[in-house]
Design a binder for this molecule. Sequence first.
Ligand SMILES: NC(=O)c1ccc[n+]([C@@H]2O[C@H](COP(=O)([O-])OP(=O)(O)OC[C@H]3O[C@@H](n4cnc5c(N)ncnc54)[C@H](O)[C@@H]3O)[C@@H](O)[C@H]2O)c1
Length: 330
Amino acid sequence: MATLIFGLGYIGAALASELRRSGRSVVGVDNGFATDWPALERLGDGPGGRFRLLRGDVRQAPDVTAAFLAAGTGEEGVDAVYLLAAQASAHATAAPAEYTEETNLRGPRLVFEAALRHGSPPVVYGSSFHVYGPQPGGEMDENHPYGPLRDLAHLSKVYAEKLGEMYATTRGLTVVPVRLGIVYGLGPVIKRDLRFVTVPHAFCLRALAGEPLPIQSGGLAPLPFIHLPDAVGALRLAAESSSAGGYLPANAVSEVATAVDVARLVQQAAWAAGRDAVLRFHTPQPAAPPAVTPLVVRSRLEGVGWRPEGRLATEVPSIWTHYALPGGAG
Ligand SMILES: NC(=O)c1ccc[n+]([C@@H]2O[C@H](COP(=O)([O-])OP(=O)(O)OC[C@H]3O[C@@H](n4cnc5c(N)ncnc54)[C@H](O)[C@@H]3O)[C@@H](O)[C@H]2O)c1
């Protein structure tokens, strides 16, 4: 049996490495849109299960079919599909809107259709906690309603989730959207382009470049975070615990912090290295902290043994050190 991963970016590459390390055979597909190809070729290095890298595009039905055929058919078929290929950036210059639509809307449909034709393995979809809107608050489990969306990359998550629900209810496919918080930490693919990294990485890169850390008006609002190995663990557990079938969304958030909290951690890492980092507030700071509804995230994965361990306080210094190495900040 092989595991098929569409999208070997920041998260997909870490998942592929982890699956290989545990002896699994992995077929990975990417079109090189946002990830350097040499980094992907190195994913097959070292001991572990077999790794096969395919250049393919989720917008193209023949590429999607070829990926399933490469991963195997019948008894030797695909045990699980992870759909992590996406135009994931909300940044206005990351990609033309058409590219985001074709990859993030058409891609999932082609993958769900192909999964149905190749033995109906469970499809774990890389969704986002952002489906609940930009300002989550209160106690939130998977039944919380969708919130307002402000960019195509995140809006497409709602479409793909509902598409997965449609394929689950009308065609019997198992679809598991994992609503990931903001992922941070080191892995086999580390981005340096500010359009494609999350806030802990962006703040480290800015501080190393001598730039202030921008704090927008929502700087004291609670944000959902998850360390990369915990995100990989959640994706794997989501697949392994999907035997009930159907549409099975799952939250994956391990820690709540504000942008100011993250900036302060980066500042401490800078100070420890004999550097400085300055926070720049883009709106005047209120005399008293604003009333913010605390965020508490519940995940159904906790019921099947998910125990995330990573903490921003311990991982931000590692991210700083990585980018501070010669060539690290790109
Ligand atoms: N990183 C996070 O904090 C985070 C948080 C929530 C959800 N997610 C979601 O998880 C998934 C993976 O995120 P990531 O951080 O690894 O992003 P990423 O950009 O690093 O990885 C996406 C990969 O998809 C590839 N890709 C893009 N268009 C493609 C296409 N048409 N065909 C084939 N491959 C294509 C890119 O080259 C890239 O390697 C995305 O759907 C993202 O929205 C990420």
